[in-house]
Design a binder for this molecule. Structure first.
Ligand code: GDP
Length: 444
Protein backbone atom coordinates (compact mmCIF):
# COMPACT_ATOMS: atom_id res chain seq x y z
CA UNK A 1 0.00 0.00 0.00
CA UNK A 2 1.21 3.47 -0.85
CA UNK A 3 2.90 5.34 1.98
CA UNK A 4 1.73 2.91 4.62
CA UNK A 5 4.86 3.00 6.76
CA UNK A 6 5.27 6.75 6.58
CA UNK A 7 1.57 7.38 7.14
CA UNK A 8 1.52 5.24 10.24
CA UNK A 9 4.49 6.99 11.81
CA UNK A 10 3.38 10.49 10.97
CA UNK A 11 -0.14 9.85 12.16
CA UNK A 12 1.17 8.39 15.41
CA UNK A 13 3.32 11.45 16.01
CA UNK A 14 0.63 13.94 15.12
CA UNK A 15 -2.01 12.18 17.18
CA UNK A 16 -0.03 12.98 20.29
CA UNK A 17 -0.66 16.68 19.86
CA UNK A 18 -3.95 16.64 17.99
CA UNK A 19 -6.18 17.51 20.93
CA UNK A 20 -3.73 19.67 22.81
CA UNK A 21 -5.09 23.03 23.86
CA UNK A 22 -1.59 24.38 24.20
CA UNK A 23 1.48 23.50 22.19
CA UNK A 24 4.78 24.70 23.57
CA UNK A 25 7.93 25.30 21.60
CA UNK A 26 9.30 22.20 23.28
CA UNK A 27 6.32 20.14 22.02
CA UNK A 28 6.94 21.33 18.49
CA UNK A 29 10.62 20.55 18.76
CA UNK A 30 9.99 17.01 19.95
CA UNK A 31 7.37 16.40 17.35
CA UNK A 32 9.59 17.69 14.60
CA UNK A 33 12.33 15.33 15.69
CA UNK A 34 9.94 12.44 15.19
CA UNK A 35 8.65 13.76 11.89
CA UNK A 36 12.24 14.15 10.71
CA UNK A 37 13.02 10.54 11.59
CA UNK A 38 9.86 9.32 9.91
CA UNK A 39 10.75 11.16 6.69
CA UNK A 40 14.33 9.94 6.68
CA UNK A 41 13.15 6.41 7.28
CA UNK A 42 10.79 6.84 4.35
CA UNK A 43 13.89 7.50 2.24
CA UNK A 44 13.16 11.15 1.60
CA UNK A 45 16.20 13.09 0.42
CA UNK A 46 18.24 14.39 3.37
CA UNK A 47 18.32 17.99 2.27
CA UNK A 48 14.62 17.98 1.46
CA UNK A 49 13.88 16.77 5.00
CA UNK A 50 16.05 19.46 6.52
CA UNK A 51 14.33 22.27 4.66
CA UNK A 52 10.90 20.82 5.31
CA UNK A 53 11.45 20.61 9.06
CA UNK A 54 12.84 24.12 9.18
CA UNK A 55 9.80 25.51 7.38
CA UNK A 56 7.25 23.70 9.54
CA UNK A 57 9.07 24.66 12.73
CA UNK A 58 9.20 28.29 11.80
CA UNK A 59 5.51 28.42 11.01
CA UNK A 60 4.43 26.28 13.96
CA UNK A 61 6.07 28.41 16.60
CA UNK A 62 5.34 31.57 14.67
CA UNK A 63 2.25 33.55 14.12
CA UNK A 64 -0.09 31.24 12.18
CA UNK A 65 -3.16 31.42 14.40
CA UNK A 66 -6.63 30.32 13.45
CA UNK A 67 -9.32 30.73 16.03
CA UNK A 68 -11.34 27.78 14.90
CA UNK A 69 -8.49 25.32 15.45
CA UNK A 70 -6.74 24.12 18.58
CA UNK A 71 -2.98 24.69 18.57
CA UNK A 72 -2.50 20.95 18.02
CA UNK A 73 -4.72 21.04 14.96
CA UNK A 74 -2.88 24.07 13.67
CA UNK A 75 0.41 22.23 13.69
CA UNK A 76 -1.19 19.38 11.75
CA UNK A 77 -2.60 21.86 9.27
CA UNK A 78 0.86 23.32 8.75
CA UNK A 79 2.40 19.87 8.23
CA UNK A 80 -0.35 19.09 5.72
CA UNK A 81 0.22 22.31 3.80
CA UNK A 82 3.97 21.90 3.74
CA UNK A 83 3.69 18.28 2.57
CA UNK A 84 1.43 19.48 -0.22
CA UNK A 85 3.90 22.20 -1.18
CA UNK A 86 6.73 19.67 -1.10
CA UNK A 87 4.96 17.56 -3.69
CA UNK A 88 4.33 20.53 -5.96
CA UNK A 89 1.33 22.32 -4.48
CA UNK A 90 -1.13 22.48 -7.33
CA UNK A 91 -1.94 19.56 -9.59
CA UNK A 92 0.20 19.70 -12.72
CA UNK A 93 -1.74 18.66 -15.79
CA UNK A 94 -0.58 17.04 -18.98
CA UNK A 95 0.26 19.47 -21.78
CA UNK A 96 -2.11 20.27 -24.62
CA UNK A 97 -0.39 21.67 -27.72
CA UNK A 98 -1.99 24.69 -29.36
CA UNK A 99 -1.83 22.77 -32.62
CA UNK A 100 -2.78 19.09 -32.79
CA UNK A 101 -1.24 16.59 -32.26
CA UNK A 102 0.27 17.00 -28.82
CA UNK A 103 3.49 14.98 -28.81
CA UNK A 104 4.48 13.18 -25.61
CA UNK A 105 7.79 11.38 -25.27
CA UNK A 106 7.80 8.64 -22.67
CA UNK A 107 11.30 8.07 -21.30
CA UNK A 108 12.79 6.03 -18.47
CA UNK A 109 14.91 3.08 -17.49
CA UNK A 110 14.02 -0.49 -18.32
CA UNK A 111 11.52 -2.02 -15.94
CA UNK A 112 10.26 1.29 -14.61
CA UNK A 113 6.90 0.69 -16.25
CA UNK A 114 7.26 2.90 -19.33
CA UNK A 115 5.43 0.70 -21.81
CA UNK A 116 2.62 -0.10 -19.38
CA UNK A 117 2.27 3.59 -18.56
CA UNK A 118 2.08 4.49 -22.26
CA UNK A 119 -0.97 2.23 -22.54
CA UNK A 120 -2.46 3.58 -19.32
CA UNK A 121 -1.99 7.15 -20.45
CA UNK A 122 -3.61 6.47 -23.83
CA UNK A 123 -6.55 4.94 -22.00
CA UNK A 124 -6.74 7.88 -19.60
CA UNK A 125 -6.69 10.44 -22.42
CA UNK A 126 -9.49 8.69 -24.23
CA UNK A 127 -11.65 7.92 -21.21
CA UNK A 128 -11.27 11.15 -19.27
CA UNK A 129 -10.57 13.69 -22.00
CA UNK A 130 -12.22 12.17 -25.02
CA UNK A 131 -8.96 12.17 -26.99
CA UNK A 132 -7.78 9.92 -29.74
CA UNK A 133 -4.12 9.08 -29.12
CA UNK A 134 -1.68 7.11 -31.26
CA UNK A 135 0.85 5.00 -29.39
CA UNK A 136 4.24 4.60 -31.01
CA UNK A 137 6.49 1.59 -30.41
CA UNK A 138 9.98 3.08 -30.57
CA UNK A 139 11.62 0.89 -27.92
CA UNK A 140 13.53 -1.31 -30.35
CA UNK A 141 16.04 -2.69 -27.85
CA UNK A 142 13.93 -4.45 -25.26
CA UNK A 143 12.86 -7.56 -27.16
CA UNK A 144 9.29 -7.73 -25.92
CA UNK A 145 8.48 -4.01 -25.76
CA UNK A 146 6.97 -3.67 -29.24
CA UNK A 147 4.82 -6.74 -28.83
CA UNK A 148 3.77 -5.57 -25.38
CA UNK A 149 2.58 -2.22 -26.69
CA UNK A 150 0.76 -3.89 -29.58
CA UNK A 151 -0.99 -6.21 -27.15
CA UNK A 152 -2.00 -3.23 -25.01
CA UNK A 153 -3.32 -1.51 -28.13
CA UNK A 154 -5.45 -4.54 -28.99
CA UNK A 155 -6.72 -4.83 -25.46
CA UNK A 156 -7.73 -1.16 -25.43
CA UNK A 157 -8.80 -1.17 -29.03
CA UNK A 158 -6.51 1.77 -29.73
CA UNK A 159 -3.99 2.26 -32.54
CA UNK A 160 -0.29 1.42 -32.16
CA UNK A 161 2.28 2.47 -34.74
CA UNK A 162 5.28 0.15 -35.15
CA UNK A 163 7.91 -0.61 -37.78
CA UNK A 164 9.60 -3.56 -36.09
CA UNK A 165 13.03 -3.39 -34.47
CA UNK A 166 15.24 -2.90 -37.53
CA UNK A 167 14.42 0.75 -38.12
CA UNK A 168 15.94 3.56 -36.06
CA UNK A 169 13.72 5.13 -33.39
CA UNK A 170 14.12 8.53 -35.04
CA UNK A 171 12.78 7.13 -38.31
CA UNK A 172 9.90 5.47 -36.46
CA UNK A 173 9.05 8.77 -34.76
CA UNK A 174 9.11 10.62 -38.10
CA UNK A 175 6.77 8.15 -39.78
CA UNK A 176 4.51 8.03 -36.74
CA UNK A 177 4.02 11.79 -36.75
CA UNK A 178 3.07 11.72 -40.41
CA UNK A 179 0.63 8.90 -39.73
CA UNK A 180 -0.91 10.79 -36.80
CA UNK A 181 -1.57 13.80 -39.03
CA UNK A 182 -3.17 11.57 -41.63
CA UNK A 183 -5.38 9.82 -39.11
CA UNK A 184 -6.15 12.95 -37.09
CA UNK A 185 -4.79 11.62 -33.83
CA UNK A 186 -4.70 14.44 -31.29
CA UNK A 187 -2.01 12.89 -29.07
CA UNK A 188 1.11 10.95 -30.06
CA UNK A 189 2.67 8.93 -27.25
CA UNK A 190 6.18 7.76 -28.15
CA UNK A 191 7.37 4.80 -26.08
CA UNK A 192 11.14 5.27 -26.34
CA UNK A 193 13.88 2.77 -25.55
CA UNK A 194 14.95 2.17 -22.00
CA UNK A 195 18.32 0.92 -20.76
CA UNK A 196 19.38 -0.62 -17.51
CA UNK A 197 21.34 2.50 -16.57
CA UNK A 198 21.51 6.09 -17.63
CA UNK A 199 24.21 6.15 -20.35
CA UNK A 200 25.40 8.41 -23.12
CA UNK A 201 24.09 6.21 -25.95
CA UNK A 202 20.58 6.35 -24.55
CA UNK A 203 20.68 10.08 -23.97
CA UNK A 204 22.08 10.71 -27.44
CA UNK A 205 19.28 8.74 -29.02
CA UNK A 206 16.60 10.43 -26.94
CA UNK A 207 18.08 13.78 -27.90
CA UNK A 208 17.72 12.93 -31.57
CA UNK A 209 14.08 11.93 -31.13
CA UNK A 210 13.47 15.12 -29.17
CA UNK A 211 15.09 17.17 -31.92
CA UNK A 212 12.87 15.61 -34.55
CA UNK A 213 9.57 15.23 -32.72
CA UNK A 214 9.70 18.52 -30.78
CA UNK A 215 7.65 17.04 -27.95
CA UNK A 216 5.27 19.19 -25.96
CA UNK A 217 5.83 16.94 -23.00
CA UNK A 218 8.70 14.66 -21.97
CA UNK A 219 7.40 12.38 -19.25
CA UNK A 220 9.95 10.47 -17.24
CA UNK A 221 8.63 7.19 -15.87
CA UNK A 222 10.29 6.11 -12.61
CA UNK A 223 9.64 3.28 -10.20
CA UNK A 224 8.56 4.74 -6.84
CA UNK A 225 9.75 1.64 -5.03
CA UNK A 226 13.37 2.45 -5.82
CA UNK A 227 13.20 5.54 -3.56
CA UNK A 228 16.20 7.84 -3.86
CA UNK A 229 17.46 5.95 -6.92
CA UNK A 230 14.36 7.14 -8.71
CA UNK A 231 15.17 10.70 -7.68
CA UNK A 232 18.74 10.35 -8.95
CA UNK A 233 17.50 8.99 -12.27
CA UNK A 234 15.14 11.95 -12.52
CA UNK A 235 18.01 14.34 -11.87
CA UNK A 236 20.18 12.77 -14.58
CA UNK A 237 17.42 12.76 -17.19
CA UNK A 238 16.48 16.30 -16.35
CA UNK A 239 20.01 17.65 -16.59
CA UNK A 240 20.78 15.89 -19.86
CA UNK A 241 17.45 15.90 -21.67
CA UNK A 242 15.16 18.28 -19.83
CA UNK A 243 11.94 16.64 -18.67
CA UNK A 244 8.56 18.29 -18.20
CA UNK A 245 6.97 15.83 -15.80
CA UNK A 246 7.36 12.62 -13.86
CA UNK A 247 5.14 9.57 -13.70
CA UNK A 248 5.68 7.62 -10.51
CA UNK A 249 4.83 3.97 -11.05
CA UNK A 250 4.24 1.20 -8.53
CA UNK A 251 3.07 3.63 -5.87
CA UNK A 252 0.70 0.84 -4.87
CA UNK A 253 3.63 -1.13 -3.52
CA UNK A 254 5.60 1.79 -2.13
CA UNK A 255 5.16 1.85 1.63
CA UNK A 256 7.81 4.50 2.16
CA UNK A 257 7.07 7.33 -0.23
CA UNK A 258 10.59 8.79 -0.43
CA UNK A 259 10.54 9.31 -4.19
CA UNK A 260 7.12 10.94 -4.21
CA UNK A 261 8.18 13.39 -1.53
CA UNK A 262 11.59 14.29 -2.99
CA UNK A 263 11.27 14.33 -6.79
CA UNK A 264 9.70 17.77 -7.09
CA UNK A 265 11.99 19.41 -4.56
CA UNK A 266 15.16 17.94 -6.06
CA UNK A 267 14.43 18.28 -9.77
CA UNK A 268 11.84 21.04 -9.77
CA UNK A 269 9.77 18.87 -12.09
CA UNK A 270 6.20 18.07 -11.11
CA UNK A 271 4.79 14.58 -10.68
CA UNK A 272 1.93 14.42 -13.16
CA UNK A 273 0.63 10.88 -12.72
CA UNK A 274 0.93 7.96 -10.32
CA UNK A 275 0.70 4.29 -11.30
CA UNK A 276 -1.38 2.44 -8.71
CA UNK A 277 -1.30 -1.11 -10.12
CA UNK A 278 -0.63 -3.23 -13.17
CA UNK A 279 -4.02 -2.81 -14.84
CA UNK A 280 -4.58 -0.28 -17.62
CA UNK A 281 -7.00 1.81 -15.61
CA UNK A 282 -4.71 2.09 -12.61
CA UNK A 283 -3.21 5.45 -13.42
CA UNK A 284 -4.23 8.49 -11.37
CA UNK A 285 -3.52 12.16 -11.98
CA UNK A 286 -1.24 13.19 -9.13
CA UNK A 287 -2.82 15.66 -6.72
CA UNK A 288 -0.28 16.83 -4.11
CA UNK A 289 -2.96 18.04 -1.69
CA UNK A 290 -4.92 14.81 -1.83
CA UNK A 291 -1.76 12.76 -1.43
CA UNK A 292 -0.74 14.78 1.63
CA UNK A 293 -4.17 14.20 3.16
CA UNK A 294 -3.89 10.49 2.51
CA UNK A 295 -0.49 10.37 4.19
CA UNK A 296 -1.83 12.15 7.24
CA UNK A 297 -4.90 9.93 7.47
CA UNK A 298 -7.24 12.76 6.60
CA UNK A 299 -8.62 10.85 3.66
CA UNK A 300 -8.94 11.55 -0.01
CA UNK A 301 -12.65 11.89 -0.44
CA UNK A 302 -12.35 13.70 -3.78
CA UNK A 303 -10.56 10.82 -5.49
CA UNK A 304 -13.10 8.46 -4.00
CA UNK A 305 -15.96 10.50 -5.45
CA UNK A 306 -14.28 10.65 -8.86
CA UNK A 307 -13.84 6.90 -8.86
CA UNK A 308 -17.46 6.48 -7.94
CA UNK A 309 -18.54 8.80 -10.72
CA UNK A 310 -16.67 6.91 -13.41
CA UNK A 311 -17.88 3.54 -12.23
CA UNK A 312 -21.50 4.18 -11.48
CA UNK A 313 -24.20 4.54 -14.09
CA UNK A 314 -26.02 7.73 -13.26
CA UNK A 315 -29.52 6.66 -14.26
CA UNK A 316 -29.16 3.50 -12.19
CA UNK A 317 -27.86 5.53 -9.26
CA UNK A 318 -30.95 7.74 -9.40
CA UNK A 319 -33.24 4.73 -9.46
CA UNK A 320 -31.41 3.26 -6.46
CA UNK A 321 -31.72 6.51 -4.61
CA UNK A 322 -35.46 6.50 -5.20
CA UNK A 323 -35.70 2.94 -3.93
CA UNK A 324 -33.75 3.82 -0.83
CA UNK A 325 -36.07 6.68 -0.11
CA UNK A 326 -39.16 4.57 -0.46
CA UNK A 327 -37.60 1.65 1.34
CA UNK A 328 -37.96 -0.67 -1.66
CA UNK A 329 -34.34 -1.74 -1.82
CA UNK A 330 -33.97 -5.46 -2.55
CA UNK A 331 -31.13 -7.88 -2.08
CA UNK A 332 -30.51 -7.69 -5.84
CA UNK A 333 -29.92 -3.95 -5.59
CA UNK A 334 -27.63 -4.60 -2.69
CA UNK A 335 -25.61 -7.07 -4.74
CA UNK A 336 -25.39 -4.62 -7.61
CA UNK A 337 -24.03 -1.95 -5.30
CA UNK A 338 -21.44 -4.32 -3.94
CA UNK A 339 -20.35 -5.07 -7.49
CA UNK A 340 -19.94 -1.38 -8.20
CA UNK A 341 -17.87 -0.82 -5.11
CA UNK A 342 -15.70 -3.70 -6.18
CA UNK A 343 -15.19 -2.21 -9.63
CA UNK A 344 -13.74 0.85 -8.02
CA UNK A 345 -10.70 -1.08 -6.89
CA UNK A 346 -9.38 -3.13 -4.01
CA UNK A 347 -11.28 -2.34 -0.85
CA UNK A 348 -8.29 -1.56 1.31
CA UNK A 349 -7.23 1.04 -1.26
CA UNK A 350 -10.67 2.64 -1.10
CA UNK A 351 -10.69 2.50 2.65
CA UNK A 352 -7.44 4.40 2.74
CA UNK A 353 -9.06 7.28 0.95
CA UNK A 354 -11.62 7.67 3.71
CA UNK A 355 -10.98 10.09 6.54
CA UNK A 356 -10.00 8.32 9.72
CA UNK A 357 -9.42 5.05 7.91
CA UNK A 358 -6.05 4.71 9.58
CA UNK A 359 -7.82 4.22 12.85
CA UNK A 360 -10.27 1.73 11.42
CA UNK A 361 -7.67 -0.49 9.91
CA UNK A 362 -6.91 -2.09 13.24
CA UNK A 363 -10.45 -3.40 13.34
CA UNK A 364 -10.17 -6.59 11.42
CA UNK A 365 -13.87 -7.22 11.73
CA UNK A 366 -14.71 -4.26 9.53
CA UNK A 367 -16.31 -5.98 6.58
CA UNK A 368 -13.87 -5.03 3.92
CA UNK A 369 -12.12 -8.08 2.67
CA UNK A 370 -12.83 -9.33 -0.79
CA UNK A 371 -13.40 -12.86 0.45
CA UNK A 372 -16.26 -11.75 2.64
CA UNK A 373 -17.83 -9.97 -0.28
CA UNK A 374 -17.64 -13.22 -2.23
CA UNK A 375 -19.48 -14.90 0.63
CA UNK A 376 -22.17 -12.23 0.67
CA UNK A 377 -22.65 -12.69 -3.06
CA UNK A 378 -22.97 -16.44 -2.64
CA UNK A 379 -25.64 -16.01 0.03
CA UNK A 380 -27.71 -13.56 -2.02
CA UNK A 381 -27.46 -15.75 -5.11
CA UNK A 382 -28.86 -18.68 -3.13
CA UNK A 383 -32.06 -16.77 -2.39
CA UNK A 384 -35.20 -17.07 -4.45
CA UNK A 385 -36.59 -14.04 -6.24
CA UNK A 386 -39.34 -13.63 -3.65
CA UNK A 387 -36.84 -13.80 -0.81
CA UNK A 388 -34.60 -11.19 -2.37
CA UNK A 389 -37.49 -8.81 -2.74
CA UNK A 390 -39.05 -9.38 0.63
CA UNK A 391 -36.57 -10.53 3.28
CA UNK A 392 -39.33 -10.69 5.89
CA UNK A 393 -40.33 -14.12 4.57
CA UNK A 394 -36.92 -15.54 5.46
CA UNK A 395 -37.87 -18.01 8.20
CA UNK A 396 -35.56 -20.54 9.84
CA UNK A 397 -35.95 -23.27 7.23
CA UNK A 398 -35.37 -20.86 4.37
CA UNK A 399 -32.26 -19.54 6.08
CA UNK A 400 -30.97 -23.10 6.57
CA UNK A 401 -31.48 -23.83 2.89
CA UNK A 402 -29.65 -20.65 1.87
CA UNK A 403 -26.70 -21.42 4.14
CA UNK A 404 -26.45 -24.86 2.61
CA UNK A 405 -26.77 -23.57 -0.92
CA UNK A 406 -24.09 -20.93 -0.49
CA UNK A 407 -21.66 -23.05 1.48
CA UNK A 408 -21.89 -20.75 4.50
CA UNK A 409 -23.26 -21.09 8.03
CA UNK A 410 -26.66 -20.09 9.41
CA UNK A 411 -24.87 -17.43 11.46
CA UNK A 412 -23.43 -15.92 8.29
CA UNK A 413 -26.87 -15.78 6.71
CA UNK A 414 -28.45 -14.30 9.85
CA UNK A 415 -25.76 -11.69 10.09
CA UNK A 416 -26.22 -10.59 6.50
CA UNK A 417 -30.00 -10.32 6.80
CA UNK A 418 -29.62 -8.27 9.93
CA UNK A 419 -27.05 -5.98 8.33
CA UNK A 420 -29.25 -5.53 5.31
CA UNK A 421 -32.15 -4.50 7.50
CA UNK A 422 -29.99 -2.02 9.36
CA UNK A 423 -28.57 -0.64 6.16
CA UNK A 424 -32.04 -0.09 4.78
CA UNK A 425 -33.08 1.71 7.92
CA UNK A 426 -30.01 3.90 7.84
CA UNK A 427 -30.42 4.75 4.18
CA UNK A 428 -34.02 5.70 4.69
CA UNK A 429 -33.00 8.06 7.46
CA UNK A 430 -30.17 9.49 5.44
CA UNK A 431 -32.24 10.15 2.38
CA UNK A 432 -34.93 11.65 4.60
CA UNK A 433 -32.35 14.07 5.89
CA UNK A 434 -31.19 14.86 2.40
CA UNK A 435 -34.68 15.60 1.25
CA UNK A 436 -35.22 17.95 4.14
CA UNK A 437 -31.95 19.69 3.38
CA UNK A 438 -32.96 20.12 -0.24
CA UNK A 439 -36.30 21.59 0.61
CA UNK A 440 -34.75 24.04 2.98
CA UNK A 441 -32.30 25.22 0.38
CA UNK A 442 -35.00 25.70 -2.22
CA UNK A 443 -37.12 27.75 0.13
CA UNK A 444 -34.51 30.27 1.06
P1 GDP B 1 9.36 -0.79 -19.16
O1 GDP B 1 10.57 -1.66 -19.33
O2 GDP B 1 9.72 0.47 -18.46
O3 GDP B 1 8.60 -0.57 -20.41
O4 GDP B 1 8.44 -1.56 -18.10
P2 GDP B 1 7.04 -2.32 -18.27
O5 GDP B 1 5.99 -1.39 -18.74
O6 GDP B 1 7.25 -3.56 -19.03
O7 GDP B 1 6.71 -2.64 -16.74
C1 GDP B 1 7.54 -3.44 -15.92
C2 GDP B 1 6.69 -4.16 -14.87
O8 GDP B 1 6.15 -3.24 -13.95
C3 GDP B 1 5.52 -4.88 -15.48
O9 GDP B 1 5.40 -6.14 -14.84
C4 GDP B 1 4.32 -4.00 -15.14
O10 GDP B 1 3.13 -4.73 -15.00
C5 GDP B 1 4.75 -3.43 -13.82
N1 GDP B 1 4.12 -2.15 -13.52
C6 GDP B 1 4.09 -1.01 -14.27
N2 GDP B 1 3.44 -0.02 -13.64
C7 GDP B 1 3.02 -0.51 -12.45
C8 GDP B 1 2.28 0.04 -11.33
O11 GDP B 1 1.90 1.22 -11.29
N3 GDP B 1 2.05 -0.80 -10.28
C9 GDP B 1 2.49 -2.10 -10.28
N4 GDP B 1 2.22 -2.84 -9.21
N5 GDP B 1 3.18 -2.62 -11.30
C10 GDP B 1 3.44 -1.87 -12.38
Amino acid sequence: MAFEGLAERLQGTLNKIRGKGKVSEQDVKEMMREVRLALLEADVNFKVVKDFIARVKERAVGADVFESLTPGQQVIKIVNEELTALMGGEQSKIAVAPKSPTVVMMVGLQGAGKTTTTGKLANHLRKKHNRNPLMVAADIYRPAAIKQLETLGKQLNMPVFSMGDQVSPVEIAREALAKAKEEHNDYVLIDTAGRLHVDEDLMGELDEIKELAKPDEILLVVDAMTGQDAVNVAESFNERLGITGVVLTKLDGDTRGGAALSVKAVTDTPIKFAGMGEKVDQLEPFHPDRMASRILGMGDVLTLIEKAQTNVDEARAKELERKMRTNELTFDDFLEQLGQVRNMGPLDELLNMMPGAGKMKGLKNVQVDDKQIGQIEAIVRSMTKAEKEDPSILNASRRRRIAKGSGTSIQDVNRLIKQFGEMKKMMKQMSGMQQKGKKKKGGL
